[in-house]
Design a binder for this molecule. Structure first.
Ligand code: KE4
Length: 457
């Protein structure tokens, strides 16, 4: 993609040079494409949804990333959520250095994992016992196996547009009609696996009831993002989560909250504390690893003790509870203010600050979009939000898909050119960190005011 003239972006009050230079990124990315599929280790990073080539990142500091050509960006991806403190927070770096000097992995019990487990159990209302794994995918895959083992049932129900990682049964797309059995959403997923997954529209309790009526005593669990973020941010409708709690309880199925994104992002107790609905199992990831590979699932002692070695449901992992990931997680939660003595309420001051900065950003983006006469819907919960390029409210995946993805792609490119690094898909969430300042907000809004004019050109 041709880059614009080099420009000095002094008017935002912070001199950051966005230059034509992109050569090193292009060289490295070309070499990567010969070595790794699409040059990436996760598809969304390849920028296929927005066009152009991704900058190759050299380092991050606070709210900013710098690419290998020295171009600096204000970062709203934050590695897809984990870096709630911003990049390379000195406290996290120091705790990691100290942990590394003691050894990077033992495959044995450590004090760090015990401390991390205590913090999670203390903070998350529904978790009495937790198991750490190495990714969000592993967390949800394990939680679903536990739900099936605990209930003796095979079917699971998920929501269209919900993403819970790439385990086979979760890569199923809706067939025709409502609450239908899934079809494989990727080659390599056996039809038999996809058929174990029922799909319903997000925020549609009638469809969930229909699924249970149509499959009595067959559904092991319902898995839901309590605030959807993988269709873009879509909040739960009034009563939706409470309804899921009631229906699953009535039918003897488990309710699984996938809080890989929302856990420790929407507050110390995540979405379940925010909305006052307690699931049977909770999946975590991202923030609790402070940027290192991590996942976790947890719930009541009675359910969790079904897991080997105390129970008969099997799950294992060489690097599970890895001391480096635990150290980064403890450092992150500690700096968030959650390291309080047992029984004392967590200090949610960090979350109020995150909410304030994010609200100001989202509100000002709405103003500049109105001024540019570009139709957008901005869905925000706490420090995550999505700018949908549509004039209709977005309450589920069908609504999200009505957004103008070509306009989003133009907006993304125009913002990147102005030093603002957004998730390269209309169906992702912008994330804000404690490191984002008022100056970053002003610079972002100023860049958006210009970029929006390019969207309608
Ligand atoms: P991982 O296996 O990628 O660690 O986590 C899977 C996962 C599970 N649950 C939720 C709610 C998630 O959002 C994710 C992964 N999130 C995506 C971005 N929305 C990761 C980015 C990527 O796939 O590269």
């Amino acid at each position: 993609m041709a880059w614009g003239r080099s420009r000095c972006v002094a008017k935002y009050g912070k001199l950051s040079l966005v230059t034509d230079a992109h050569e090193r990124s292009q060289q490295i990315f070309e070499a990567s494409r010969a070595l790794m599929p699409g040059g990436v280790n996760s598809p969304v990073r390849a920028y296929q949804a927005v066009g152009g080539e991704p900058p190759v990142i050299a380092y991050g500091r606070g709210p900013r990333l710098t690419d290998v050509d020295g171009n600096e960006y204000i970062d709203y991806v934050l590695s897809w959520g984990p870096l709630i403190l911003g990049h390379a927070h000195p406290g996290v770096v120091e705790i990691l250095q100290r942990a590394a000097e003691r050894g990077t992995s033992f495959g044995a019990p450590t004090e760090l994992e015990a401390e991390m487990a205590r913090l999670v159990v203390q903070a998350v209302p529904s978790i009495e016992m937790v198991r750490f794994v190495n990714s969000g995918t592993e967390a949800t895959m394990s939680a679903l196996r536990l739900a099936r083992g605990h209930t003796g049932r095979d079917l699971i129900l998920k929501f269209e547009g919900g993403y819970h990682g790439h385990a086979d049964g979760l890569l199923a797309r809706a067939g025709s009609g409502v609450a239908t059995l899934g079809l494989p959403d990727s080659p390599g997923v056996p039809k038999a696996f996809a058929e174990q997954t029922l799909l319903a529209p997000y925020n549609d309790l009638a469809a969930v009831r229909a699924a249970f009526t149509g499959h009595p005593e067959e559904i092991a669990c319902v898995i839901v993002e309590p605030v959807a973020a993988n269709m873009g941010v879509v909040p739960p409708a009034e009563g939706f989560l409470e309804g899921l709690r009631e229906i699953t309880r009535e039918h003897g199925a488990l309710l699984v909250f996938d809080e890989v994104i929302t856990g420790f992002r929407l507050g110390s107790g995540g979405a379940q504390a925010l909305f006052g609905v307690e699931p049977d199992l909770t999946c975590l990831g991202k923030v609790i690893g402070g940027g290192l590979p991590v996942g976790a699932y947890g719930g009541s002692r009675a359910i969790m003790e079904r897991m080997a070695p105390t129970g008969d449901v099997y799950q294992a992992g060489t690097l599970s509870g890895n001391p480096m990931a635990m150290a980064a997680g403890i450092g992150t939660l500690g700096i968030l203010g959650l390291m309080t003595p047992p029984g004392q309420p967590a200090n949610d001051g960090s979350y109020r600050k995150l909410d304030d900065v994010t609200k100001r950003l989202a509100d000002q983006l709405a103003v500049v979009a109105r001024r540019a006469e570009v139709d957008v819907q901005i869905n925000r919960v706490g420090s995550m939000f999505t700018v949908f390029f549509t004039d209709e409210p977005v309450r589920d995946y069908a609504g999200a898909k009505r957004a103008n993805t070509e306009r989003f792609a133009r907006f993304h490119r125009a913002m990147l050119k102005r030093g603002v690094y957004l998730p390269p898909s209309q169906f992702e969430a912008w994330m804000v960190s404690l490191a984002h300042t008022e100056a970053d907000v002003e610079a972002t809004v100023a860049a958006a005011a210009e970029a929006l004019n390019e969207v309608t050109a």
